[in-house]
Design a protein. Structure first.
Length: 360
């Protein structure tokens, strides 16, 4: 089966042609509106020919535990989840609609990041709120496709079945999350009801004392819309450093002696280590830690800083391997939990989901 895997981002849409589980070519296009999405799909078809299926990544799938064939009803239901993932959900809805318009005879499959976390234990999924709220508003978790690929790759490296691996998946990109994986599924994760919870991110705040947010609203310093905008777009590394929040820009500013940028990196690494330690306590043992996502893959110096602060986990990292390239084991053999750097291959997981959803 030839699958066109589409992964929409805030400014670019990535596309990959996957055939029989192998990625043959990839490209990216400007995205984020209906006309540009349709042009991107048109260009993909001109490059690679008509696919047998299209797979689109959705950050939020609600309670859905598996991929689903896209129709008008599904799009309407997924649109209702937009307030829970406002940076991502509209992009996926637009791309899925564009694919259906350009390729009306080709099935389009929606694949959900939240699905990997559907098995979260109740102790990890529930908030300590009044019962009627805690039953309705549970923790979803995100970056599930990235976690799923990291689990497959890590189990291959370790030579064991994925269900036997106890590991942490640390996805570090513009969004940041940590997930504890046990028996092939999520045992705990740093993101929650929305992708705002957890670690500090590029422009997102991560977890903030809810009392502080109530104070800001009650004092009249901000209204609800301004608070939402600040938490989503003007916080994180961007808010602390006064930059765009791109890690490369923040690191460059730190190298020039910018104190705000230095503090931003310190807060970023501190909060990420805290999430790593927290999720590790949800496992009965730690076999491996897989670091994935654009920052983890392309900023070995920063990854080294993060690892230097994880001494209680007794990790031993080979610095020469850390500064290598590609998927790689960076820990020294026989020295405790394996440490890996893994390319985020959500495209391959999207193609796998399309095959599963369309299998007779």
């Amino acid at each position: 089966m030839r699958v066109l895997a589409l992964n929409p981002g805030s400014s670019r849409m990535k596309g990959t042609l996957v055939e029989r589980g192998v990625a043959h070519d990839s490209a990216s296009w400007p995205g984020a509106d209906e006309s540009s999405d349709e042009r991107a799909v048109d260009d993909a078809v001109r490059r690679w020919g008509h696919p047998d299926a299209v797979a689109v990544r959705f950050v939020h799938g609600g309670s859905r535990a598996r991929p689903e064939l896209v129709d008008d009803d599904l799009l309407a239901r997924l649109a209702r989840l937009t307030p829970l993932a406002p940076l991502h959900q509209p992009l996926s809805l637009g791309v899925a609609s564009a694919a259906r318009s350009v390729l009306p005879d080709v099935p389009v499959v929606a694949s959900f990041d939240t699905a990997f976390h559907r098995g979260l234990p109740k102790a990890a999924a529930r908030y300590a709120l009044p019962r009627t709220w805690s039953e309705r508003f549970t923790r979803h978790g995100f970056h599930g496709l990235s976690c799923r690929y990291a689990l497959r790759h890590t189990s291959d490296v370790l030579g064991v079945h994925p269900g036997e691996v106890r590991m942490l998946c640390c996805h570090i990109g513009s969004g940041v999350s940590v997930t504890a994986v046990r028996r092939g599924t999520s045992a705990d994760t740093s993101m929650g009801f929305t992708p705002l919870e957890g670690a500090v991110m590029s422009t997102r705040s991560g977890s903030v004392d809810p009392g502080l947010l109530l104070h800001l609203l009650d004092s009249g310093e901000v209204d609800l819309a301004a608070l939402a905008d600040a938490l989503q777009h003007r916080s994180g590394l961007a808010g602390l450093s006064g930059t765009s929040g791109d890690v490369r820009e923040v690191l460059a500013a730190r190298a020039r002696g910018d104190r705000d940028a230095a503090l931003a990196i310190d807060v970023f690494t501190h909060r990420l280590r805290r999430e790593i330690g927290s999720c590790a306590m949800s496992l009965d043992r730690l076999d491996a830690i897989a670091f994935t996502g654009g920052v983890a893959e392309n900023q070995p110096g920063l990854l080294g800083e993060i690892l230097d602060g994880l001494a209680p986990l007794d990790l031993t990292v080979d610095r020469e391997l850390l500064f290598g390239s590609g998927d790689r084991l960076v820990s020294e053999p026989g020295t405790g939990a394996a440490v890996l750097v893994v390319e985020s291959r959500e495209d391959l997981e999207l193609a796998r989901d399309a095959r599963d959803a369309l299998r007779p």
